[in-house]
Design a protein around this ligand. Sequence first.
Ligand SMILES: [Zn+2]
Length: 350
Amino acid sequence: MFGFIKLCTNDRRIPKAFRMIRHCHFNAGRNIVAVFWDLDNKPPKSVSPFDAAIRLRKAAESFGDVRFKIAYANQRSFDYVPPKIKEHRRDRKKLDQLENKGVVKPVDPYICRVCGRKFYNNEKLINHFKQIHEREHVKRVSQIESARGSQRVKLVGKYSMKMEKYTNAARDILTPKVGYGLGDELKRAGYWVSTVSNKPQAADVALRNHVVDMMDKRQMDCLILVSDDSDFVEVLKEAKLRCLKTVVVGDCDEGALKRVSDASYSWQEVIMGKAKKEAVSVVGRWKDRDILKRLEWTYNYERERRLYGSFSEDDDSDVSNFVNREDDGNKMDGSRAWWKLESDSDAASA
Ligand SMILES: [Zn+2]
């Protein structure tokens, strides 16, 4: 019954057990989810970056309240253009040249998806789009950026439809400035995207530090990590030590990360929506675990108070009665605080 608690207290690094109590998150009912995406290790492959980002977000939302969506990659990953897209761009360029020379004429016209104008030359459409719609867009963005307060809210409301229409059209018409638009597409999907230097491990280090920083600030209750990189094992262990819920998205079936996380899914399972469906039972398990954690917490407090604090105040609340009864079957030495016992037994077995 106390499986989870044992898991924490039997940890090899038990001197940290006391620390764990301090750091343990007991935010009743709160389940803030943070998604950390190691893009260098797991770039979107089977679907477009935007699509992948949205599906990942949807899966994450079934685990709790997603407040943070963070992606890390080095410049090379953002500059990278998949071979398929490179080929497509080459073909398009050749076709554009033929159209310009009047050698070929498209059967169907190119239609501007913002204003509906028709063109029989792709480059003319692009020029039209840049000169008219891109300029309008830049103007709107700067207007919003310079506005404050209610004026800003008003402008965002006024322009939101137009801006969305523009962004969707621009994605198909304009060539992304960097790579195949990975960074921009993830930003569009609401992710905070960070580019680090091309030094090996730079993204890993930055991502790990960010996770630890957020744990220190208690900004999340559930960590969803998208990576197959076993370098993150320690940070996942640390998250567990602090009683965070952990989910890993990766493709190494027997990967080191999956072994230390509460739940794990392949990238394909996220894309197909399987992770979202299964999340219900995982969240159910977490709820049970939270109840146990709270009982253990109350119990520790009561016991330590009895051991070190004032005896006269000892109240027999229902909760402490219940936990004490449960404890009868536990191999706990009543003469010492539980964490002390654990560190002793750990030293003995080492
Ligand atoms: Zn137009």
